[in-house]
Design a protein around this ligand. Structure first.
Ligand SMILES: Cc1ncc(COP(=O)(O)O)c(C=O)c1O
Length: 340
């Protein structure tokens, strides 16, 4: 190595690849939850017959806490994420933690690791996880009577550190992302189901993500909701059981309505989307990136540029408005942030 070369700042770890040193753990047995304990992050013990390992009795959440300029740490829409985890647990017949128990565990972890929260535009990503632990490989049609609830946290840095690159998206009209009654449930099996079609589309079309449009109706991508945007107007699919009810989606739509946009929530087709893309914008919404612009839709054998093929001005404007609230630079008029 040339001794003259200045050491470079090492690249930040990839999203989700490191955890903070503390997690909260609680167990469900004999019909009730134990008091949680804060533990050093490390391996957990499970029977090889644990229900989750065979029958995928698992659900999780993902959301962020932000360090503000005044040094405080503020969680974004924790109540919504707690409600979604509880609803996922109900759908999967897993023991349901109470909202208070979940909030206590989340806040305890944040408090313990507050010195590990990166400065903005970084954040602390929170990941509660609920798994069925009953050791019984014969329980394919029996819900787990025992479960474990964990809350872990991961420091994450600027999602767009390399600049805001417009995404290239494959429009998938055959494969579904998951079973249609489970789309609104945040469960590992849905991500496993989307993996094959996503990797196939990456190989065949060099895309970043797949937009699932079974039967020609636009749904969502493997890990984000989908919005069509133009000045003063947003179109996105209306809520149903087939896709995840994103908290970022809800936040953007709430804000946009107050900014005077007409927000249309309804079923729309691939044809309508391709028509919109000739002059309008398209974007993916989710906790990780907030709002990421789509530059190209690969559909029906050809590549369709979206607007000018770059991240559009409306997408940038809406993203900046929500990020300003999350980072404490704009007033929290909706009461979305919880100071820890
Ligand atoms: C399948 C799927 N859809 C949508 C979203 C966006 O949800 P949220 O805005 O709550 O992060 C996610 C993100 O976790 C997701 O995995």
């Amino acid at each position: 190595m040339n001794a003259q070369v200045q050491p470079q700042t090492p690249p930040r770890p990839a999203f989700g690849s490191v955890l903070t040193d503390t997690m909260a753990v609680a167990a469900f047995r004999d019909g009730q939850w134990t008091q949680h304990e804060l533990r050093k992050v490390g391996p957990i013990e499970l029977s090889p017959a644990a229900h989750v390992l065979h029958y995928s009795s698992t659900c999780f959440e993902g959301f962020k806490a932000y360090k503000w300029a005044d040094g405080s740490v503020n969680v974004f829409r924790m109540d919504r994420h707690i409600a979604r985890l509880r609803q996922s647990a109900r759908s999967l017949c897993l023991p349901e933690p109470t909202a208070e128990q979940l909030a206590t565990m989340i806040l305890a972890v944040i408090d313990r690791v507050r010195d590990q929260v990166p400065e903005a535009p970084g954040a602390l990503y929170l990941r509660p996880l609920l798994i069925g632990t009953t050791p019984n490989i014969g329980a394919a049609a029996t819900p787990p009577a025992e479960a474990m609830l964990l809350v872990m946290a991961s420091p994450v840095w600027d999602y767009f550190a390399g600049g805001m690159k417009p995404l290239r998206i494959y429009v998938e009209e055959q494969a579904t992302r998951c079973a249609s009654h489970l789309g609104m449930v945040k469960t590992g099996g849905n991500y496993a189901a989307a993996m094959g079609p996503t990797l196939a589309a990456r190989r065949a079309h060099g895309v970043d993500q797949v937009l699932f449009c079974p039967g020609g109706e636009v749904q969502e991508t493997g890990a984000a909701n989908f919005l069509l945007i133009r000045p003063g107007h947003i179109l996105t699919r209306s809520l149903d059981s087939t896709f995840l009810h994103g908290v970022t989606r809800d936040s953007l739509l709430t804000m946009a309505r107050d900014l005077g946009y007409r927000v249309e929530e309804r079923v729309f087709t691939v044809e309508e989307m391709l028509d919109w893309a000739k002059t309008g914008e398209a974007a993916l919404s989710g906790t990780a990136a907030v709002l990421a612009g789509v530059g190209t839709l690969v559909a029906r054998g050809s590549a369709h540029p979206v607007g000018g093929g770059d991240v559009g001005p409306e997408t940038r404007k809406l993203r900046a408005a929500l990020v300003a609230i999350q980072q404490g630079e704009a007033a929290d008029r909706y009461g979305w942030l919880h100071k820890v």
